[in-house]
Design a protein around this ligand. Structure first.
Ligand SMILES: CC(=O)SCCNC(=O)CCNC(=O)[C@H](O)C(C)(C)COP(=O)(O)OP(=O)(O)OC[C@H]1O[C@@H](n2cnc3c(N)ncnc32)[C@H](O)[C@@H]1OP(=O)(O)O
Length: 428
């Protein structure tokens, strides 16, 4: 006899053990929270690093999960501001997410994230973000990959072959103490405005000093301190026309490595000058740029794509639309669209259901409606599309969004499109 299978439903996370309570971690509890984080991340940092983490956490929202008096879960959120198309938004950045090995898979993380969403809502932050340790974890909480990065490797044992002529203005190395003043305003223009990329964090002076100019690299203590090279711009309103931040390491028996962390340039010719400089550093044979935008012009103006290779692509900044209406209203729109979206959102039901999106370069309205849906999708996929990094038509082709009215996905793509792909290189 033919067997009838019940419909497949994903297993629900059990509510956190009733004895678990969620509350803020006071300043006096930061050390205990860090000890839990080091336990789950298998780290035993030196005093200096521990102090650095403690300082960072002072400014963060800190949520703890307690079993009686025992701290069994910890989640922190940086008070970031992130660029979105046409502007920027407050955006808590989740970090240090840790659950004690004795309390795994009992809904502790789920409970802490629910607390975090409630706090973000109360603080008026329509979106939240994170970098995931494992890509499988955060989709179920409504996070989607809003930006992607590419690792690009250059074989620099021979001169970098280029199809364009590099800018010939002088290069100058900056002292780290100059970096916030010189690079800060320049970097800000790469986040917002007509040539800005969405997905970029605002960097405070402290963030420049302590994260970007930290003497020691967090992950590889064989790397040199950060080096900063700029293209000098004597005539322009900005003293520089571009910059690159990198660290190096050499080997006794093989050519060394230049690890590029950030590079921005006014023009392709300035970018070419910086790439050529990086590829020509003595005693090195590889440039590894770990987090480039997927539309980096280098990939087109490199003359030899065997010499310049993309070795990996990865989700970078995961985005959660906590208040879909506020998030959609806060971004700019490249073309008119009028469509009813049916959004699925199990974790934050206020976002769920049918809404009419009427957007154009003049503004955006997003109101609840009883009209039939033109397109149905999950809030995590809407988050992936929000900054312009994932196309709705691609989601339809992948079976993740359902188009009920033909042409809706194409119209949404035209409206969501940004001149440059979103990009994030501040990992936290
Ligand atoms: C932004 C960051 O900080 S990223 C860093 C994340 N932290 C780590 O990787 C540290 C080591 N890991 C941990 O501390 C924990 O395992 C955590 C935080 C990843 C998960 O905490 P838990 O309390 O066990 O999660 P919780 O019980 O709430 O699980 C929620 C759901 O996620 C799933 N899940 C949780 N972790 C994982 C994982 N690593 N892989 C696959 N699924 C997972 C659970 O199965 C559950 O699924 P369900 O809703 O279908 O039932």
């Amino acid at each position: 006899m033919e067997q009838v299978h019940p419909p497949v439903t994903p297993p629900a996370t059990p509510p956190a053990t009733p004895s678990i309570q969620f509350r803020d971690i006071p300043e006096a509890g930061i050390d205990r929270a860090l000890s839990l984080a080091y336990l789950v991340f298998h780290e035993s940092p030196e005093d200096e690093k521990r102090k650095h983490h403690r300082d960072l956490l002072l400014d963060c929202v800190r949520i703890g999960a307690y079993d009686g008096e025992e701290l069994v879960g910890f989640l922190a959120a940086f008070p970031f501001t992130v660029s979105v198309p046409g502007g920027e938004l407050p955006c808590p950045g989740l970090t240090f997410v840790s659950v004690a090995p004795t309390h795994r898979r009992r809904g502790v993380l789920s409970g802490m994230i629910a607390e975090m969403f409630a706090k973000a809502s109360a603080d008026g932050a329509p979106i939240a973000s994170l970098w995931a340790s494992e890509a499988v974890i955060y989709g179920r909480f409504g996070f989607g990959p809003g930006t992607h990065g590419s690792t690009v490797e250059i074989d620099s044992r021979r001169p970098l072959a280029l199809r364009i002529t590099p800018d010939d203005r002088p290069l100058r190395l900056l002292d780290p103490s100059e970096v916030p003043d010189v690079l800060g305003p320049y970097y800000d223009r790469t986040r917002t405005g007509p040539t800005g990329r969405a997905g970029r964090l605002a960097r405070t002076e402290a963030w420049w000093r302590e994260e970007w100019m930290a003497e020691k690299d967090e992950e590889d203590d064989e790397l040199s301190p950060p080096r900063v090279v700029t293209v000098v711009n004597p005539a322009g309103p900005s003293p520089i026309a571009g910059y690159a931040i990198y660290r190096t390491k050499t080997h006794d028996d093989a050519p060394g490595l230049v690890r590029l962390d950030d590079l921005e340039a006014d023009t392709p010719a300035v970018a070419a000058a910086l790439w050529r400089y990086l590829a020509a550093i003595d005693l090195t044979g590889t440039v590894r740029a770990w987090g480039r935008p997927q539309d980096d012009p280098l990939l087109l103006f490199a003359a030899d794509r065997d010499q310049v290779r993309v070795t990996s692509d990865f989700p970078a900044l995961w985005i959660r639309l906590i208040d879909v209406r506020a998030a959609l209203s806060a971004r700019s729109w490249a073309a008119p669209v009028d469509a009813v979206l049916d959004v699925r959102d199990d974790r934050l039901p206020a976002n769920a259901g049918r809404h009419r999106l009427t957007a154009s370069p003049d503004g955006c309205a997003y109101e609840r409606t009883d009209d039939p849906a033109d397109l149905t999708l999950d809030v995590r996929d809407l988050a992936a599309a929000y900054l312009g990094g994932t196309e709705i038509t691609a989601l339809v082709r992948a079976g993740l969004a359902e188009e009920h009215t033909p042409g809706t996905a194409t119209a949404l793509d035209a409206a969501l499109r940004t001149a440059l792909l979103p990009h994030t290189v501040d990992e936290f």
